[in-house]
Design a protein around this ligand. Sequence first.
Ligand code: NAP
Length: 280
Amino acid sequence: MMATILDGKALAAKCKEAVKAAAQSLARKPGLAVIIVGNNPASRVYVNSKRKDCEECGFLSEEYALPEETTQAELIALIEELNGRDDIDGILCQLPLPQGIDEEAVLLAISPEKDVDGFHPMSMGSLLIGREGFLPCTPYGIMEILDEYHIDPKGKHCVVIGRSNIVGKPMALLLLRRHGTVTICHSRTPNLAEVCRSADILVAAVGKVNLVTADMVKPGAVVIDVAMNRNEAGKLCGDVDFPAVKELTSAITPVPGGVGPMTRAMLMKNTLLAAQKHQK
Ligand code: NAP
């Protein structure tokens, strides 16, 4: 079977073009504030790419790089100041935060109207009960990929490996919302291979090279690889043994060029949505 390679990079470019066009019709540029605390090199890379995306979309972007020894009170004071700013529509605090800062307290401080990462308990709760709210960018981007390629979760067995708050859990809820029959697997799932083999749509969000091998995939399944790992050669790769699994699937996301670019694009989309609401 010739698998369709789900081109997240191309779709992300298209999404950002649409966001840029919509932003131009607003009275004021959408504004995104990004806070980074400490010296995590991966976080630095992510924050830089967010700045670049904002430039591309014609957004105002502000970056707050705070030192490692920043206190929780100082961080929350900054968030509260940004909550009150009329020119800032979205606030994002790059995780992980240094030890001693309670991430939950920080996320809670962000105004739900500006929670463009979708990590506030209000956003999470809205997702759970099916109310409108900001969707976490990674699962949101995956739903956009499925829609673009006319892959409908309705009635399908959707298996999500991973149950984190930022990927696995919201992914499962979005697939459920779209009428998938959803199974969530995690580190205590004893029969992972067997469960995965029954998936029509398999989403891997773990962070382990070659966790998903060809014997775990049903022929014709759709495979979404969320992970961003480095293999022994230092090359970026996902959880899925791509060359072998690709031969079996009807469609599969590559790493890189699949889920990652769509995650970034959805942050821009969420910021646009925040600005549209805010300016009404
Ligand atoms: P996480 O918080 O570390 O969660 C990993 C999940 O995988 C946990 O639920 C864990 O189970 C489960 N797990 C661990 N080992 C397992 C095993 N052997 N079998 C089955 N499940 C297992 O990670 P995350 O933040 O969700 O991120 C997951 C991956 O996606 C990472 O590689 C990350 O870099 C990547 N990611 C990519 C993007 C993107 O834009 N492409 C965005 C976010 C994250 P327990 O709950 O039982 O511990």
